[in-house]
Design a protein around this ligand. Structure first.
Ligand code: CP
Length: 315
C-alpha cells in the first residue's frame, strides 16, 4: 500500500482488519520489517490517540519515529500556489512537504478542515499538497473529510466483539456545543457500507452527510427506530454539511442514555474519543457495562500497525 487516505485505498478491508487482530496477538512478530525505516508524524492539529497509537504501532514494527507538531513548532505554512509571501507565512508547503520527505520513509499527516469553505475542505487542499510534494508513502492521521485509521480500528472492534455474523450497526448523531468536522462520520459510514453489517445512520433533520459516503446505508431522522435491536451504536457529533459547518438549534434529546439502550439488543456503545461527558454521551453509558470506548481506543494501535506493515512490505 502506497497511500492510506480512505477505504478506497484498501483492496480488502476485512483482510486488513484480520491482519490487525493477528498483530494484536503477536505485536512484535515483524520487528525486522521496520528496521532502519523512519516514519514522520506531522500534526497540524491536536491529538492524543492518533499520535500515541501510531507511534506505538511503528515502534512495534521496529521503526524509528519522528513527530512534528507543525501547528506549534513548525514555520507558518503558505498553502496558496503563486502567493507573494510578504505576510505571516514563512515556508511554502511545497518545500516543507518535500523536505520532510527527505528525512522519512513514510509520512503521516493530520490536517483538520476549516469548516468555512466546503469546497476547499472537500477538495482536501492541504492534505493533497502533502501527497503531491512529499514523495513518500502517506498515511492519513485524519484529514478534512476522513479519518481512516479510526474507521479501521472501529471495524476491528466490531469484528472482534460481534456475536452474530451480520450485526446491526447504528451511527447516531449526538449534541455538541461546537461545530465539529464530518470526517469521523463520513469515514465510519464509508467503511461500514463496505463491511458485512446492517448499517443505519440516525440524525436530526439538517445533519445529512454528503451522500458520497453513505451509499447503501439506511438513513433516518428517528433515533428510536434506528436503535431498535442494534448490536453496536456509534455515537458522534458532526456539524451540518448544508449550511456548511453550522450547529443547528435544538436536538439536545439526542444524547444516548441507559433508557434508550433498553430498545437495543444490549448494544455495545462506541465513540472515537475525545468525548464531552453528559453532552455527547452520559456518564451512565460511559461508566457502564455497554461502553467499549476504551477497548476501541486500544485497537487504534493494531489498526495503525496493520496499515504500516502493509506499507513497509511495499517499500
Ligand atoms: N480519535 C482520535 O483521533 O483521537 P485524537 O484526536 O486524540 O487523535
Amino acid at each position: 500500500m502506497k497511500k492510506f487516505t480512505s477505504v478506497n485505498d484498501v483492496t480488502d478491508s476485512n483482510a486488513l482488519a484480520a491482519s490487525a487482530l493477528q498483530l494484536k496477538k503477536d505485536p512484535y512478530a515483524f520487528q525486522q520489517l521496520g528496521k532502519n525505516k523512519t516514519i514522520g508524524l506531522v500534526f497540524l492539529n491536536p491529538s492524543l490517540r492518533t499520535r500515541m497509537s501510531t507511534q506505538k504501532a511503528a515502534l512495534n514494527l521496529g521503526m524509528n519515529v519522528m513527530v512534528l507538531n507543525m501547528d506549534k513548532e513548525g514555520w507558518a505554512l503558505e498553502l496558496e500556489d503563486g502567493a507573494i509571501m510578504n505576510g505571516n507565512s514563512v515556508e511554502h508547503i511545497k518545500e516543507a512537504a518535500a523536505v520532510i520527505g527527505q528525512y522519512v520513509d513514510i509520512i503521516g499527516v493530520r490536517s483538520f478542515p476549516g469548516l468555512k469553505d466546503r469546497e476547499e475542505d472537500y477538495n482536501e487542499e492541504i492534505f493533497n499538497k502533502f501527497v503531491k510534494y512529499c514523495g513518500v508513502p502517506i498515511v492519513s492521521l485524519e484529514s478534512a473529510t476522513r479519518h481512516p485509521l479510526q474507521s479501521l480500528a472501529d471495524l476491528v472492534t466490531i469484528e472482534e466483539l460481534k456475536t452474530k455474523a451480520r450485526p446491526k450497526v447504528v451511527l447516531t448523531w449526538a449534541p455538541h456545543i461546537k461545530p465539529l468536522p464530518q470526517a469521523v462520520p463520513n469515514s465510519f459510514a464509508e467503511w461500514m457500507c463496505k463491511a458485512n453489517v446492517d448499517f443505519t445512520i440516525a440524525h436530526p433533520a439538517g445533519y445529512e452527510l454528503n451522500s458520497d459516503f453513505t451509499q447503501g446505508a439506511t438513513i433516518t431522522h428517528n433515533q428510536d427506530e434506528a436503535l431498535a435491536d442494534a448490536d453496536f451504536i456509534y455515537v458522534k457529533n458532526w456539524s451540518a454539511y448544508e449550511p456548511y459547518g453550522k450547529v443547528l438549534p435544538g436536538n439536545e434529546d439526542w444524547m444516548l442514555t441507559n433508557e434508550k439502550l433498553k430498545i437495543t439488543s444490549d448494544a455495545k456503545v462506541m465513540h472515537c474519543l475525545p468525548v464531552r461527558r453528559n453532552l455527547e454521551l452520559s456518564d451512565e453509558i460511559l461508566d457502564g457495562p455497554n461502553s467499549v470506548v476504551i477497548h476501541e481506543a486500544g485497537n487504534r494501535v493494531w489498526a495503525a500497525q496493520a496499515v504500516l506493515k502493509a506499507m513497509l512490505e511495499e517499500l
